[in-house]
Design a protein around this ligand. Sequence first.
Ligand code: HEM
Length: 472
Amino acid sequence: MTVERRAAKRRLEDLPAPSSLPWLGNLHQINPRRLHLQLEEWARTLGPSFTFRLGPKRIFVTSDVDIALSALRDRPGRFRRLSTMEPVAMEMGVNGLFSVEGEAWRPQRNLVTRALAPQQLESFFPTLQRITDRLRRRWQQSVDAKTDTDVLQDLTHFTVDTTASLVFGKDVNTLECDEDAIQRHIGFILPMVSYRVNALLPYWRYFKLPGDYQLDRSLKAVRAFAEEMIGHARERMRRSPGGTPNNLLEAMIALSDEPESGFSDDDVYANIITLLLAGEDTTAYSIAWAMHMLAGDRELQMALHRAALDAMGDARVPTTFADTAKLGLFEGVAFEAMRMRPVAPLNFLEANENAELAGIEIPKGTPVFLLTRPAALDDDNFQDAKDFKPERWLGRRESAREGHSARAFMQFGAGPRFCPGRYLATLEMKMVLAMLSRNFSFEPAEDPGITEEVFAFTMSPSRLRLRLAAIA
Ligand code: HEM
């Protein structure tokens, strides 16, 4: 007779947890701007799966790859984004693809995924090339003027110009305008979403603090920007009625004009803003972290310069879409930066119903925080994981080669809600890093030690100023 052995189930209360105070739980230990660092610290001392408490709420945290992937893949079934996310996004008028749950999610997902599919990127390439060259000229100007480069500012201009061109069909050219208003407003909204989603009490529904008034101003400005985009798109659609949509915005407008579509004007606004929010900081900060890590490494910069010359010849930026296939080493640089300095160090989920993950009972409504960096820095997943080695990504990335477990790289999420912008982001990162390596050498303009990790939904460098020099 065989005896069925079943692992005993564990409750959240059975898992390790940092010591906490009555009522407050671990609230006094949490600084929202360092949330990921605190959780990573606990993961080091308590192990990959543990809990902590924010007031009365017990939160499950894991950096275990199998557990994280099970939860990510079980959407929209047993897991979802935090249930505080959708109401917060809704009251801000930004309830687009990232936050939307339930039946509305699938049609929006299909629309956005199609618009950001790799096939779309080939026809978009000439525009991306133009915007990359604009960034090169801006950096050349700072070399000529002998001024330091504010990398974060320039890169967010670059990513807004790129997203707006691809998704809305409008080259807003913020890189060459002195105005940085739209970036500032976008940069303010995402931290406020993060802050409100994790707030213990939604006080802003009863009274407002200065930050809430600033948020209102930023939302108004971004909404005005979205209205301008919609105006341009409607004008183009009027000029060629009945034609197939040229971009995602036109596709969304056409859908919202269909009476039975269930896709409203508000959905169009919400998704314009969502795509600006999702596409700006993530990509810009990933490139910025890569530049921060390369800044002190003259030898690697030289090797990348040679690789850029091999791939691009005399050109200052990659000239054809086919050329981008030769930029594997630059993709490796971007992926190493994301692995070691993840802009998405946390993915916030919640159990939709009573669920179980690796024998751990997760009651309905439990927040599930997935930590992405510990597995990516584990030697079992990436050989010499603490070393910055772009070449580790060359070749067949998806193979489970020894010492390279791509499934432990969760920077773009996983499962049905994985990032639909990853192909665009990867192409943007390759283009900028290849252009940079071809044309410039660079070094820190100030002590690199003052650049800290700041968490506000995405994880950014606190500041980054570099001194660029031109290479003929
Ligand atoms: C390096 C750049 C980027 C990183 C690291 C990144 C990371 C992520 C992550 C971690 C998620 C959550 C995935 C999940 O829950 O499984 C996500 C979702 C999303 N991303 Fe990105 N992203 C990047 C660039 C972009 C870009 C360029 C766009 C579009 C212009 C974009 C649009 C979105 C959208 C719309 C979602 C929500 C998808 C859904 O819920 O169905 N992202 N991204």
